[in-house]
Design a protein around this ligand. Structure first.
Ligand code: SF4
Length: 364
């Protein structure tokens, strides 16, 4: 394959060429490659990419859906703030994730003021429009959305604006998956959009320490097939390196200004990931200088350690890439997007939601 050849996103000939190369580089033993990105899972399922993988090569979604990994305690805190009179602003999917007793949508049905926004800046506008009300932005997402939250925190928001930070960082999650005793991960596809912010260099220490190939992947079907091929090629050649298969968007250093915003507004902190547990350094805590806008400190509420796992739900194993949605007996029976049992069915990027939408067939 000539890597310098003109890249066409939907070139059938190139897809066939990549499929043939995947078969040539497939190792004799089964391998599991994990990605941590709902957008990757959607592309894989929508375009039937698993049907092009050689036997024994699995590509599974890990904890790549920020809605799915938000812990119950954070949801319960948001519900309590909303029921207590705050205007609670968050992204749409978050309103449907089950907390211990209520979702935010159910809290709204009981009279709470829960509003769907598209960005942290929209929540600031709500705060400016309602100076007499407490406005809380329930902030979820990885390194892609966190700089937007950081930017509004640093831009002198009104005194009635607060951030409830459930932001999470991807590299510590990769390291935690690799450190798990049941690790069966041969390589990672790193998420393209997160990598535009943190850069390919953010994964180098993990690849070296855990001896695992990590390939930054874009979102077109051919991007993903090519990234899987690079992982298989590294395995064949005994290498464990970071390769950037998405150079049209991702650089080695990433978006340095966005990284500065994150450092100025937040500091890394331990964070719970639903279904996985606490991962050191994987959360973003609002810095002391901005504590007046930190809902965790300025608006303390007591919540119990919530039930993370609804009975029968296998989300925890799905998030750890130890199971696929169709392994769950509730999948497409009791658990559907209209009546989700677990968080992986709620978020549009959750593996169960994606598999439901595209048929739920393992070959997808
Ligand atoms: S199908 Fe529903 S119940 Fe089963 S693992 Fe997925 S979210 Fe949980």
């Amino acid at each position: 394959m000539s890597e310098g050849a003109a890249f066409q996103f939907r070139d059938p000939g190139r897809a066939r060429e990549l499929a043939a190369l995947l078969r040539r580089y497939a190792p004799p033993e089964p391998v599991r490659i994990v990605h941590v990105c709902g957008t990757h899972e959607m592309a894989i399922a929508q375009y039937g990419l698993r049907s092009l993988l050689p036997p024994g090569v699995e590509v599974l979604e890990g904890p790549g859906c920020p809605v799915c990994v938000t812990p119950t305690a954070d949801l319960d805190r948001a519900v309590k703030l909303a029921l207590g009179g705050a205007i609670l602003c968050t992204f749409g999917d978050m309103t449907r994730v089950p907390g211990t007793r209520l979702t935010l949508a159910e809290a709204r049905a009981r009279g709470a003021d829960v509003r769907i926004v598209l960005s942290a800046a929209d929540a600031v506008e709500v705060a400016r429009a309602h100076p007499g009300r407490t406005v809380v932005f329930f902030a979820v997402g990885f390194e892609t959305t966190a700089p937007g939250t950081a930017a509004v925190l640093l831009d002198h928001p009104p005194a009635n604006f607060f951030v409830l930070s459930a932001h999470k960082l991807i590299p510590p999650a990769l390291a935690a998956l690799l450190a798990a005793p049941s690790r069966r991960i041969a390589g990672f596809l790193a998420p393209g959009h997160v990598s535009t912010v943190i850069g390919a260099r953010a994964y180098r220490a993990i690849a070296a320490e855990h001896r695992v190939p990590i390939v930054v992947a874009g979102f077109e079907p051919l991007d993903i097939l090519y990234a899987v091929l690079l992982v298989l090629r590294q395995l064949r050649e005994g290498r464990a390196e970071v390769e950037n298969a998405y150079p049209r968007a991702v650089t080695e250093a990433g978006n340095v200004r966005a990284q500065e915003l994150l450092r100025e507004a937040f500091e890394p902190a331990p964070a719970r990931w639903r279904g996985i547990g606490e991962i050191p350094g994987s959360g973003l805590r609002v810095r002391d200088e901005l504590a007046a806008h930190d809902a965790a400190r300025a608006l303390p509420v007591e919540v119990e350690e919530g039930e993370e796992k609804p009975p029968g739900c296998r989300c925890a194993e799905v998030l750890l890439a130890q199971a696929v949605p169709s392994d769950c007996p509730l999948f497409r029976t009791r658990c559907t997007p209209l009546a989700p049992v677990g968080p992986c069915m709620v978020g549009a990027e959750g593996a169960c939601h994606v598999w439901y939408r595209y048929g739920g067939r393992p070959a997808l």
